[in-house]
Design a protein around this ligand. Structure first.
Ligand SMILES: Nc1nc2c(ncn2[C@@H]2O[C@H](COP(=O)(O)OP(=O)(O)OP(=O)(O)O)[C@@H](O)[C@H]2O)c(=O)[nH]1
Ligand SMILES: [Mg+2]
Length: 445
């Protein structure tokens, strides 16, 4: 026996015996997103293949089964939907899904675990109010488990809930060992390891409707822990708009759709905006906003939104730029930061940064080359220590006092920092000339 239920634009076909449902969209007029619950941004992080995408799909399934009126199941293929992701069976791009518990609406970003795509993990994590750390009971703590905990901490994710996955493959004793190991690891990285919620289960069991005690029930327990452990952050509605760009789409005849997470401020249809970063400056007008295919009445902090902007071309823009209220942000070329250098064990290089070296800086959704300059040429900040140093970007970037960022060299995270000061004494020409000649032969900027 099957039943039909409609929620907004979505029709759910429900098997009345198993309560499994299949959802599909119909083309009624677009619904308006109703802000009837607090909205929280979360996501899955952890080592490659530990089951983050499977868990993401399993959460949407468990939520759709528990509250079908407000949720629909997104299967694995809908989350890892790029051809290369499907061919290789790994996540490359951070991908977003939404679901609701009775108390909250969540936007969930499923981050890649593979070391080659840490860049996408960093930009995905930059918008999280809290995270679900996924760890396989069969493997325990692995290199990217540790790297993701360290990065989440430094990026400013204050709350982590742990899901020990693949419990269908091991015995009780092993699960207890992994729980002890992960609590220690969290504590070592500055989280409250003793009191963190650690939920054992199996994402695959929920997907395959097996062993509900480690499948469905564990996922519901996990979401209860997420509801209670990850507080709704304070949203700053009074400041001018800032929304870092995550992705861009061109809609022929309509304009450019910019997706991302609103960091602060509100904006309405018809508002004028600026788009800044990578030394560029464009002007446009907001012509519409959406979240998960529903119309937004206005942009608010925390929204994971798609914004239709008139007056800019998709080709001019790139991820890492930011949409801001006109005149509210001045991009910076040179900043001072308090920087912490990772040790070998934390996944770093175990070496200090070079004076006048060049490294990639990751902040919000941007990555940009910067010169690393010690205040005194003889200074060195050793692994495991922190100190002040200057960074000069190749081009002006949207970065402000108090912003957190990550320093990477090749595939390794070298350090993490917080901006303590923004200088404005340099011109773009001076910086371009300095980078274009052999930087190391010149005196520090
Ligand atoms: N036995 C078992 N296998 C699982 C479970 N969860 C996931 N898997 C399997 O583990 C493999 C990796 O799962 P993914 O969800 O792709 O892992 P991931 O963490 O998203 O991987 P990346 O995004 O590439 O880092 C797949 O073959 C899954 O079917 C589980 O609970 N039990
Ligand atoms: Mg994945």
């Amino acid at each position: 026996m099957y039943g039909l239920r409609q929620t907004g634009r979505t029709i759910h076909l429900i098997n009345l015996t198993t309560q499994r449902s299949l959802s599909f969209s119909c083309s009624l007029n677009k619904e308006t997103f109703v802000r009837d619950k607090p909205h929280v941004n979360i996501g899955t992080v952890g080592h490659v293949d530990h089951g983050k995408t499977t868990l993401t799909a399993a959460i949407t399934k468990a939520m759709a089964e528990a509250y079908p009126e407000i949720n629909s199941f997104k299967d694995y293929k809908a989350i890892d939907n790029a051809p290369e992701e499907q061919k290789r069976g790994i996540t490359i791009n951070a991908s977003h899904v939404e679901y609701s518990t009775l108390n909250r609406h969540y936007s969930h970003v499923d981050c890649p675990g593979h070391a080659d795509y840490i860049k996408n993990m960093i930009s995905g994590t930059s918008t999280m109010d809290g995270g679900i750390l996924v760890i396989s009971a069969a493997d325990g703590v692995m290199p990217q488990t540790r790297e993701h905990i360290v990065l989440a901490k430094q990026i400013g994710v204050k709350h982590l809930v742990v899901f020990i996955n693949k419990c269908d493959t091991v015995d009780e004793e092993m699960i207890e060992l992994v729980e002890m190991e992960i609590r220690e690891e969290l504590t070592a990285c500055g989280f409250d390891g003793d009191n963190a919620s650690v939920i054992p289960g199996s994402a695959l069991c929920e997907i395959e409707n097996k062993q509900p005690e480690i499948g469905r029930e564990a996922i519901l327990k996990l979401m209860e822990a997420v509801d209670s452990d990850i507080p709704v952050p304070e949203r700053n509605l009074d400041e001018p708009l800032l929304m870092p760009i995550e992705n861009l789409y061109k809609i022929p005849g309509r304009g450019t759709v910019i997706t991302g997470n609103v960091e602060r401020g509100v904006a309405n249809k018809g508002d004028k905006v600026e788009i800044l970063g990578y030394g560029k400056h464009f002007k446009g007008t907001i012509n519409g906003m959406e979240t998960y295919l529903k119309t937004l009445d206005r942009l608010e902090p925390g929204d994971n939104a798609g914004v239709l902007v008139k007056g800019v071309n998709r080709e001019q823009l790139r991820r890492g730029m930011a949409i801001v209220s006109p005149g509210s942000v001045k991009p910076a070329l040179k900043v001072e930061a308090n920087i912490y250098i990772l040790t070998d064990e934390e996944g770093g290089t175990g070496k200090p940064l070079k004076h006048m070296g060049q490294n990639m800086i990751f902040c919000r959704t941007f990555d940009c080359m910067a010169a690393t300059i010690y205040k005194d040429e003889k200074d060195r900040i050793l692994p495991g220590e922190n100190g002040l140093m200057n960074f000069v970007f190749r081009v002006p970037m949207v970065i402000e006092e108090g912003d957190r960022f990550t320093v990477r060299a090749g595939k390794t995270t070298v350090g993490t920092g917080i901006v303590t000061k923004v200088y404005d004494e340099l011109t773009e020409d001076q910086v371009a000339e300095w980078f274009d000649t052999k930087a190391s032969l010149k005196k520090p900027l």
